[in-house]
Design a protein around this ligand. Sequence first.
Ligand SMILES: [Ca+2]
Ligand SMILES: [Ca+2]
Length: 120
Amino acid sequence: MYDIDATPAVIAAHAAAMQSLVPEAGDADSDFDVDAADLASVGLHWGPSATDRMWQEGDFDADGDVDATDLAAVGLAWSPGGYGFGAAAPEPGTSALVGFGLCALAVHCRRPGRRGAVGG
Ligand SMILES: [Ca+2]
Ligand SMILES: [Ca+2]
């Protein structure tokens, strides 16, 4: 059930995978992108002297206000196409095209008589 022989590399990989499931600072609506909607949350709830703001309102450093630090978090994490778990995956057609291209390149490089071919 549990892998007690996990190496540090395995543990780090699992930690990175878990981290990708946690919304980043700047993602007010926790939808795994940082876009105009998140920026709007900061703007709508702007309050440098407030003490009761929450993550969904743009308080990303949990100090109760929405100020320049929180605004900077949006700028630093800006990713309208998504990040981590929500990052846009390549289209299946794109993956197939890349795979076809790699196969064609491998066949091309292995043909005898080609300059630069391995063993030719
Ligand atoms: Ca978002
Ligand atoms: Ca704050």
